[in-house]
Design a protein around this ligand. Structure first.
Ligand SMILES: Cc1cc2nc3c(=O)[nH]c(=O)nc-3n(C[C@H](O)[C@H](O)[C@H](O)COP(=O)(O)O)c2cc1C
Length: 362
């Protein structure tokens, strides 16, 4: 079976978008061009992370221009009412087609969520998350009910949503990435797809075994998705030279900002990534290669996924197959610039994974 492969769509885009000089102007037409390319090349959609733009606006404009594009929208629980979120989801699917939406359940950080009036520490946010997403799941599945929990007290939830669906329907799938015990427990009980950033296979295996074990304890099994950045070139030497170049073009300020980030420090996933490079900027990228082709160096200058697979086309394909053998059935990939690299990955890596472009079906 071929894996499901998603790409990444974000408005801060260019050859090295963590630096002003490496960012290109992005507007509505560009984002729709990117979404259209992602759709045609055979990706099943893209992850829309919390970033500069609100994900609903971004997801809607891309979905309007790309007929089968399925966005994975990153949503912090608790910032908007669960009933309103369900209404937004059902409206989206009424306009763009049923089954096109997925949620990426994100936990955020104590510091950044204060701006929105949410004052909850790391593990408490997962308690909120469990309650919030249980409500959203039932509402997007077309249920009506009363609910009284620690965070929400709802009366007749779903009554106003009846006209948006034709009765019971599958809930909007919930994807999730988090590595802390509280996060894994919340995921094991509630989500459909468990996501992780890249790690050397032995560390990843240990974590995935724990996730599967906790899901089984709840009588469930989860799909497993891996989020990886790719630096893929025709030859291995060219790929590592491209990684070296990223280290060269990154400013001291960016390294200092990223390595000094305190706001994400309560994220266990973030800490696991930090340990892979130890906060040291090497003279040559390859000094950080702990497992063949696995490069944790992206974490030195960009938030989020810190591990890239660096190598020739066949090496990158081998690594992805290695992860598939560990039970990974879904990849969320990226490369910079997103547009050019979507084509490169779509035309070289996807065929080797058995994923066909949409255009060939016509
Ligand atoms: C694939 C993936 C995508 C993520 N996307 C976002 C995001 O868009 N916004 C965000 O605030 N956090 C994002 N996160 C971070 C998680 O929501 C979570 O905060 C982080 O993994 C730390 O949680 P932990 O302490 O349980 O490990 C993402 C994590 C993963 C693995």
């Amino acid at each position: 079976m071929s894996p499901e492969v998603l790409w990444y769509v974000i408005p801060r885009e260019g050859p090295y978008p963590w630096e002003p000089a490496g960012r290109r102007p992005v507007d509505l037409a560009y984002l729709q061009q990117l979404g259209g390319a992602v759709d045609r090349l055979g990706f099943s959609g893209a992850l829309l992370a919390t970033d500069l733009y609100d994900v609903w606006s971004l997801g809607s404009v891309v979905a309007a221009a790309a007929p089968t594009f399925r966005p994975l929208l990153a949503i912090h629980p608790g910032l908007i009412s669960p009933t309103l979120l369900a209404k937004m989801a059902l409206s989206f699917e009424a306009l763009f087609g049923a089954g096109r939406l997925r949620f990426n359940v994100v936990n955020g950080s104590t510091e950044s969520l204060r701006e929105y009036g949410l004052h909850l520490e790391h593990d408490e946010r997962y308690e909120l998350s469990a309650e919030y997403w249980q409500i959203v799941r039932r509402l997007t599945a077309g249920e009506t009910f009363d609910h009284k929990g620690r965070f929400y007290d709802l009366k007749g939830a779903g009554n106003s949503l009846r006209e948006l669906h034709d009765g019971p329907r599958p809930h909007v799938p919930m994807w999730f990435g988090g590595s802390s015990p509280a996060g894994i427990e919340m995921a094991a009980e509630n989500v459909d797809v468990y996501l992780t950033w890249g790690e050397p296979p032995h560390l990843l295996k240990e974590k995935l075994d724990r996730v599967r074990e906790r899901a089984a304890a709840h009588g469930r099994s989860l799909r497993i998705g891996l989020r990886l950045h790719l630096i893929v070139r025709d030859t291995e030497d060219e790929a590592w030279a491209a990684a070296d170049r990223l280290l060269e073009v990154t400013s001291r300020e960016t390294y200092a900002r990223q390595l000094g980030r305190v706001e994400d420090a309560d994220g266990v996933g973030w800490q696991r990534q930090y340990r892979q490079h130890g906060g040291r900027v090497p003279a040559r990228a390859r000094e950080l290669e702990a497992h063949p082709n696995m490069w944790p160096g992206m974490g030195l200058f960009r938030p989020g996924p810190g591990t890239a697979v660096v190598g020739s086309t066949s090496q990158v394909v081998d690594r992805l197959h290695e992860f598939e053998a560990m039970g990974v059935d879904t990849f969320i990939l990226s490369g910079n610039p997103l547009l050019e690299e979507a084509y490169r990955v779509g035309e070289t890596i996807l065929p080797a994974l058995g994923v066909r472009p949409r255009t060939s079906r016509h």
